[in-house]
Design a protein around this ligand. Structure first.
Ligand SMILES: C[S@@+](CC[C@H](N)C(=O)[O-])C[C@H]1O[C@@H](n2cnc3c(N)ncnc32)[C@H](O)[C@@H]1O
Length: 264
C-alpha cells in the first residue's frame, strides 16, 4: 500500500478508533439539536438526506434488510399480524410503513426530531392504527405500553453517551412483551467504536466527516459483547446476528441485524 493510502486508512479508521477510547467526557454531540437541524433543513422527509447516500442505494439497503427480517420471522414461525410494534427513530417512516404492510398493529413510531415527527404525522394522517410520538428513546415513558416487536434500524448507534445508551436498551427491554422480539441494525464487532465525526454546524458533509480535527462523534457502535451483557442485564437475550448480504461494491448503512428476544 502506498504511503498516501496508508495515511488515508489511518485517518479514516485508526484515529476514530483511538478517539473512541480516549474521548474526554462531555465531548458528545447534542442528539436532539443535531437531528432537528438535519430534518428541519431537509427539502422533503426522506432518509437518504439523513444518511448521505443515494435514494437508490438506500432503497437497496432497505429491501435487503426487509428480506432478512422477513426471513427471520418465517424461519422462527413468529406471527406478526396484529402484534403491537414500536419503531424507534422512525425518520422518514420506512419501518412504520413496512410493519403496517405486514399488518402488525397498532404501529407506534417514536422520533426525537420535531420536524421529522411533523413529516410522519402528515404522511400517516389517514391511518388510525399508526401513532407517532415525539420523544427520546432514552427518556421516553413507555410504562403503559407493551410491544410484541421493536425495531430500531440505524438508530441506537447514534446514542453516543454510554449511560444514555444503556438507558435506551433498558427502556427497550422494559417495554417489550415476554417472548417479544427486537431488531436493531449495527456492526456488532469486537470493539466499541466512535464514528461519523461531525462539524459544529448543522450541515454535515458525510464524505468529509472523518476529519481529524472534529471530535464530536455522532455514532458509537457497541461491541457484540457489550450488547450481549447489556441485553441480558435487562431481561433480553440475543437470538442471532444476521449479516446483510450487500454486493461488495455497494456501500450500505450498517450491514448487520441483531435480533433479540425478551425472556418468556
Ligand atoms: C439514520 S436515521 C434512521 C431512520 C430510520 N430508522 C430508517 O432506517 O430509515 C436515525 C433516526 O433516529 C432518530 N433518533 C436519533 N436519536 C434518537 C433517540 N435518542 N430517540 C429517538 N429517535 C432518535 C433521528 O432523528 C433519525 O430520524
Amino acid at each position: 500500500m502506498s504511503l498516501r493510502g496508508y495515511l488515508r486508512q489511518y485517518k479514516n479508521h485508526l484515529r476514530p478508533l483511538i478517539n473512541s477510547y480516549r474521548r474526554p467526557e462531555g465531548e458528545v454531540y447534542a442528539a436532539d439539536k443535531y437531528w432537528e437541524d438535519l430534518w428541519s433543513s431537509a427539502d422533503n422527509h426522506t432518509d437518504a438526506e439523513s444518511t448521505g447516500i443515494s435514494d437508490t442505494q438506500l432503497q437497496y439497503y432497505y429491501r435487503l434488510m426487509e428480506a432478512k427480517i422477513l426471513e427471520h420471522l418465517i424461519v422462527q414461525d413468529y406471527d406478526i399480524k396484529g402484534r403491537p410494534v414500536l419503531d424507534i427513530g422512525s425518520g422518514g417512516g420506512q419501518w412504520i410503513q413496512f410493519w403496517n404492510w405486514m399488518e402488525s398493529s397498532p404501529v407506534t413510531g417514536i422520533e426525537i426530531s420535531e420536524s421529522a415527527v411533523q413529516g410522519l404525522k402528515s404522511s400517516f394522517r389517514d391511518d388510525n392504527d399508526i401513532h407517532i410520538r415525539e420523544g427520546d428513546i432514552v427518556t421516553a415513558d413507555l410504562s403503559e405500553s407493551n410491544f410484541g416487536i421493536i425495531s430500531a434500524i440505524e438508530v441506537v448507534q447514534h446514542i453516543v453517551d454510554d449511560q444514555r445508551w444503556e438507558k435506551a436498551v433498558a427502556n427497550i427491554c422494559y417495554t417489550l412483551q415476554s417472548g417479544g422480539i427486537g431488531f436493531v441494525s449495527g456492526w456488532f464487532g469486537k470493539l466499541n467504536h466512535d464514528l461519523w465525526y461531525t462539524p459544529d454546524t448543522p450541515d454535515i458533509d458525510f464524505h468529509t466527516s472523518f476529519s481529524l480535527n472534529r471530535d464530536k462523534a455522532a455514532k458509537r457502535t457497541r461491541s457484540r459483547k457489550q450488547w450481549k451483557q447489556t441485553l441480558e442485564k435487562h431481561g433480553c437475550k440475543i437470538e442471532v446476528i444476521h449479516r446483510i448480504d450487500a454486493a461488495a461494491s455497494i456501500f450500505t448503512p450498517p450491514p448487520r441485524l441483531l435480533v433479540f428476544k425478551k425472556s418468556e
